[in-house]
Design a protein. Structure first.
Length: 98
C-alpha cells in the first residue's frame, strides 16, 4: 500500500510539474502571439505608408510633368510671337526706308 501511495504522490508531482510546464508554454505562446500581431500591424502600417508615399510622389511627378508641358507650350507660343514681331519690325523698317 505504501508503494502505491508513493507512486500516487510521484504521479501527482509529475502531473503538477507537467501542468506548470504547460502553463509556462501557454504564457510564452500568448506573449509570442502578441508580438507577432504587433509586428504584423507594424508591417501593415508600413506598407500602407509606403503606398501613400508612392501615390504622393506619383501625383507630384504628374503635376511637374503637366507644368513642364504647359511651360513648353508657353515657350513655343512666345517664340512664335517673337518671330512674328521680328518679321513685323523687318517689314516696317523696309516700308520706312521707302
Amino acid at each position: 500500500m505504501a508503494k502505491i501511495e508513493a507512486y500516487w504522490v510521484e504521479a501527482q508531482t509529475l502531473c503538477h510539474n507537467v501542468n506548470d510546464h504547460l502553463k509556462d508554454s501557454q504564457d510564452q505562446y500568448q506573449a509570442l502571439e502578441k508580438k507577432y500581431n504587433k509586428a504584423k500591424k507594424v508591417i501593415k502600417d508600413f506598407q500602407q505608408r509606403e503606398l501613400e508615399y508612392i501615390q504622393y510622389h506619383h501625383d507630384d511627378k504628374k503635376k511637374i510633368e503637366d507644368l513642364e508641358k504647359d511651360h513648353f507650350l508657353e515657350v513655343q507660343h512666345l517664340q512664335t510671337r517673337v518671330k512674328n514681331f521680328a518679321t513685323f519690325i523687318y517689314f516696317v523698317s523696309i516700308i520706312n526706308l521707302l
